[in-house]
Structures are given as C-alpha cells and as structure tokens.
Design a protein around this ligand. Structure first.
Ligand SMILES: Nc1ncnc2c1ncn2[C@@H]1O[C@H](COP(=O)(O)OP(=O)(O)OP(=O)(O)O)[C@@H](O)[C@H]1O
Ligand SMILES: [Mg+2]
Length: 344
C-alpha cells in the first residue's frame, strides 16, 4: 500500500491531529508547535451511566461526531482542509472499533488531499504533549507517564528513542484512581473526584508501600487499592466513623508521591536537566504541585502540559505528528488499528 510523501518538508507544517481511541472524539490543528485549534466531543457523560467505557457506545459516538469535530477544528483554526500538510491520527492503543473510526476518516482525508498520513501511537502522543508547551523543548529529558492504562518513568533520549526505566507491574495509576473512586462511591472517571475529595481530608490513613524491589523504578498499585477496600470494609464492619476524604487524601499521596520521587531520581541518575510529564493523572493538581516543588529543589526544569492536554486530546496527536513529519516518518495507508502496541 502506498505511503504519501510531500515533495518538500515544510518548516512549519500545518498538521491536523485526530484522536478517537477511547471515549473522546478530538481534532486539533497546529502550525509548527503553535496550537491553532483544539476541539473535543466526549461520550463520557453517557459512559458514566455505566460506570466505565462501553466500546460499542464509544464507536457509535465517534461515528456521529468525527466529521463535525474535524470541521470545527479547521474552522476555529481558520484553515481550509486543502491547506493542510499532513493528517496525524491515533492508530493504537485503544478500543479497536473506536480507533477505526478516526483512523479510517484520517486515511480518507489524507488520500483525498494527497498529503502525508501519520499513524500515531497514543502513548507517544501523551509524551509529545509537552512539546506544545515549550517551543524550545528538545530531548533528552525524563518523562513521567501516568494515564488510565500506563504508568512509567521514561528516559526520552531523542525524538524517537525511549528507555523505560520502570513502570507499574499491575494496575496503572489512573486505573487505581478509578477503582478506588468506585469503592468510595464516586462517579467515573474517578481521578478528578478523588482529587476534589482529597482537598477536604488529611493523609492520615496508613497505606502500603508502592515500590516493588529495592530502589528500582517498578510500581505496584494493586496493593494500594486492596488496602483502601480493606480499610473501608473494616471500618464499616466495626461501625466506626471514618472519613472518605481522609482515605482519598491518603490514597492520593501514596499513589503520587512515589511517582514524583522516582521521576526526579531518574533525571538525576541519567544526568538530564529537564523533566516532562503526560497522561490523564498529570492533570492532578497535587501531583503537579509536588512535581514542581521536587524539580525546583533539584534545579530541574519542568515542562508540564496544560491540564487539557494531559487527558486524551488531539493536540498531542498533532504534536507527535509534527515530530514524525520532521523525521519524514510517514505511515502506509494500509496501517491497521491496534488494541495494544509497544512504545516504539
Ligand atoms: N485530576 C486527576 N487526578 C487523578 N487522576 C486523573 C485526574 N484526571 C484524570 N485522571 C485519570 O486519568 C485517566 C484518564 O487518562 P487518559 O485519558 O490519559 O487515559 P486513557 O487514554 O484511558 O489511557 P492510556 O492513555 O493509558 O491509553 C483516568 O483514569 C482518570 O481517572
Ligand atoms: Mg490516554
């Protein structure tokens, strides 16, 4: 199958990014690293009724929304589709039916316009969100990835080379927030609700250690989740008064402090001077504050994506599309959706 290539690579290409891997249909336009538009339609309010994402509902919602969201992104950017230099789209990881909606739309658009098509790894998108925050940001840097499906400390060596220093051995950080929220009777997605509740409590409930192995970079969230369940059940069985807000605050600090500590340790170990972060959990205000403090204390520069670019969005897909465009790394139109893919 053909790979569409431009005659010349442009200095500041106009790139449309499309994201449809889960329950967000998103489209964004960038010119170089400048964000011109950033549109999103979410089926999260419908999914919340079911306590999680129902794949069939997500796919149908994407089908309803994708052309409208893309049109809105082009209009807000003040750009005609004929002016675009490339189309970047998430091809994995994610829900297959959901991915196929954005992927097929992007392929059709690129084919019709005869411009490069770039299939983006969603996680690489989360890592690239930081590039939009700082035009001067260049690897090497240390990245904290904390999302709904991934948690890792990653040494970003170059625009395309990564070394995963360590990650979760079981649940991801976001997944743990969602599961603990359910135990505390909070709505889906749980992260923002736990954060809000934690502000009213104190971290006084004992939580188990998150680290697996001595001094490594591997985390384990399942013990933390079980500790919360056991604590809540025990208190209820004893009929003792307990504070949900204290549990939320205790869980939040146990879940996030170690990520901050290990990210900074990683940066110091590898001798890099810059730290970045990405993924939905990085929208958490407590985590942002702690990471900022820790980086300042160690003289590290921190580049954090704005909160909107931490959770799923198309701006980060366009940003990763730009990195790929600059490398002349385009995808064949035969590229298929993939439920799971490695970082590289
Ligand atoms: N303020 C917050 N505090 C903690 N967690 C949060 C916050 N906001 C969002 N999250 C969590 O982030 C996750 C969503 O992040 P994201 O959209 O990046 O995940 P995903 O796309 O489902 O997974 P992945 O990117 O790993 O494939 C959810 O688990 C949600 O609870
Ligand atoms: Mg994501």
């Amino acid at each position: 199958m053909q790979i569409l290539r431009p005659d010349n690579l442009k200095e500041e290409p106009l790139i449309l990014g499309i994201e449809s891997s889960c329950d967000e249909t998103a489209a964004a336009v960038i010119r170089g690293r400048r964000l011109l538009s950033d549109e999103i339609a979410s089926s999260a309010n419908i999914q919340a009724l079911y306590g999680g994402v129902v794949p069939e509902i997500a796919s149908r919602a994407h089908t309803d929304a994708v052309d409208l969201v893309v049109d809105r992104a082009l209009k807000t950017a003040g750009v005609k589709k004929e002016q675009l230099d490339a189309v970047a789209v998430t091809y994995g990881a994610g829900l297959l039916g959901a991915l196929l909606v954005g992927l097929s739309f992007a392929k059709g658009l690129a084919y019709g316009l005869h411009i490069p098509f770039i299939g983006v790894n969603h996680i690489r998108g989360h890592l690239s969100a930081a590039y939009l925050e700082d035009e001067t940001l260049r690897p090497p840097f240390m990245t904290l990835l904390a999302s709904g499906g991934h948690t890792a400390v990653i040494y970003t060596k170059s625009f395309s080379e990564f070394e995963v220093l360590g990650g979760t051995l079981d649940d991801a950080a976001g997944e743990a927030f969602d599961k603990v929220a359910r135990v505390l009777g909070l709505p889906y997605p749980g992260g923002p609700h736990i954060e809000a509740l934690a502000r009213e409590g104190k971290p006084v409930v004992h939580m188990p250690k998150m680290l697996k192995g001595e001094g490594g970079y591997n985390f384990s969230y399942s013990g933390l989740k079980t500790a919360v369940i056991n604590y809540c059940h025990t208190m209820e069985q004893r009929g003792e008064a307990w504070s949900k807000a204290d549990v939320a605050a205790s869980f939040q600090s146990a879940a996030l402090d170690i990520l901050v500590q290990k990210t900074v340790e990683g940066a110091l170990e590898k001798g890099v001077t810059t730290v970045t972060a990405g993924g939905g959990v990085v929208a958490n205000g407590y985590l942002r504050e702690k990471l900022t403090e820790a980086c300042m204390a160690h003289g590290l520069k921190l580049v954090l994506p704005v909160k909107k670019h931490c959770t799923d969005n198309a701006a980060m897909i366009a940003a990763e599309g730009l990195i790929r465009y600059e490398a002349g790394d385009f995808s064949p139109l035969s590229l298929n959706a993939a439920a799971s893919i490695p970082l590289r």
